[in-house]
Design a protein around this ligand. Structure first.
Ligand SMILES: [Fe+2]
Length: 213
């Protein structure tokens, strides 16, 4: 260290002196205040068994919804072909709507006294949606993957809605029916119509005749 450097360090030390209480305390760790899978007591007039069962279902749905949300962004970025513009926009719109569902599901898990999954690695371990390749795929393949993910979510959401209703957890039932099921059904319609094989410019008279019309 040159005499000049040492002089500079002394100057910095002098500047820091007296500011200790205002200095951020970094690199702290401590035991978790609630382990994953445990529920706290929450005064919402639902017993802990009901809240734990609803939370477990909702965490599965959360992992699948986060995966579908991220698949929409993947396809938003990677879409190719003459329908690029409309699909680029549609995929992003559905991504936004799925992201809202993610927040609603996660916050319901927390208000039930449980812990919502959050990090990508935990989501990847939990989701039942098959992992798509990293590379780009054609539009019909992208849409097929999305439709299959939607149907998996719709199937589990309907089962979970029934279970929540039977257990008296009306709030979870309402979230599943009014938000998750209704949103996913509508998105399926907007996707599925893209896989109907109709001509873009010239009507296919031969196809109509062979279909008996
Ligand atoms: Fe974008």
């Amino acid at each position: 260290m040159s005499p000049k450097d040492s002089k500079r360090n002394d100057a910095y030390n002098q500047l820091e002196a007296g500011s200790k209480r205002a200095t951020p305390i970094q690199h702290q760790r401590a035991a978790e205040i609630q382990p994953f899978g445990k529920v706290t007591r929450m005064p919402i007039a639902l017993d802990e068994k009901t809240r734990a069962a609803s939370a477990e279902n909702l965490n599965q749905l959360l992992a699948d919804t986060m995966t579908l949300r991220d698949m929409y962004k993947k396809h938003h970025w990677q879409v190719a072909g003459h329908t690029f513009y409309q699909l680029h926009l549609l995929f992003d719109k559905h991504h936004e709507e799925q992201d809202e569902l993610v927040d609603e599901i996660a916050e319901r898990i927390q208000l039930l006294g449980a812990i919502s999954l959050a990090m990508a690695a935990d989501v990847a371990e939990t989701t039942m949606i098959p992992r798509p390749p990293r590379g780009r795929e054609e539009v019909p393949v992208q849409i097929s993957r999305l439709l299959e993910a939607h149907e998996l979510i719709l199937k589990e959401a309907r089962t979970m809605a029934k279970q929540a209703s039977e257990a008296g957890d009306d709030g979870t039932n309402d979230l599943l029916v009014s938000n998750v099921i209704r949103t996913n059904e509508l998105q399926v319609w907007f996707l599925a119509e893209h896989l109907v094989d109709v001509p873009v410019v010239r009507a296919d008279e031969k196809a109509a005749a062979s279909a008996g019309h």
